[in-house]
Design a protein around this ligand. Structure first.
Ligand code: CMP
Length: 139
């Protein structure tokens, strides 16, 4: 079914001027960018977004990283967009990512892994609502 997912192009990628390269991978995979903005995340935004990881040892590092430089937040639309985006992103750890995936091509480490994508349609709706209002999404 036609679905939406939430995506972030992370600071390691925006800093290396890879926004267009990442978007080309997404579009080639059949995903349509129906909303997109470049923002500097506040600590409060990052802490809310990653609240599920609050007790993890890397939480502080994760929040520091996500607020260290601009990110591009996006809504992607397509057939099975959640799964399709996870496929084109590749595994969280770039060492485990398949050839041709965004993380295999561009990620530096498990932390600086270039992109985020929602892990379920339910979380996609929650994540989209954190960063976009309805009239900012144009399908
Ligand atoms: P993301 O999909 O944005 O969701 C949680 C993030 O935590 C994940 O991508 C990684 O970038 C980050 N992360 C996961 N494991 C580690 C780790 N061991 N060290 C640092 N960051 C991590």
């Amino acid at each position: 079914a036609l679905q939406r997912t939430f995506s972030i192009i992370k600071p390691d990628a925006t800093e290396r001027n890879l926004t267009g390269a990442v978007n080309a991978c997404l579009e080639k995979a059949g995903l349509r960018i129906v909303a997109q903005k470049r923002i500097l995340m506040t600590r409060a935004q990052a802490e809310t977004f990653y609240a599920i990881h609050k007790e993890r040892p890397f939480f502080g590092e994760l929040v520091d990283f996500m607020t260290s430089a601009p990110v591009v937040v996006q809504v992607l639309e397509g057939e099975d967009a959640v799964a399709k985006n996870r496929e084109v992103m590749g595994a969280t750890n770039p060492e485990d990512a398949a050839e041709g995936t965004i993380r295999k091509l561009y990620a530096r480490s498990i932390g600086e892994n270039s992109v985020h994508g929602s892990d379920s349609p339910e979380n996609a709706a929650i994540e989209i609502a954190q960063f976009f209002s309805g009239n900012e999404i144009v399908g």
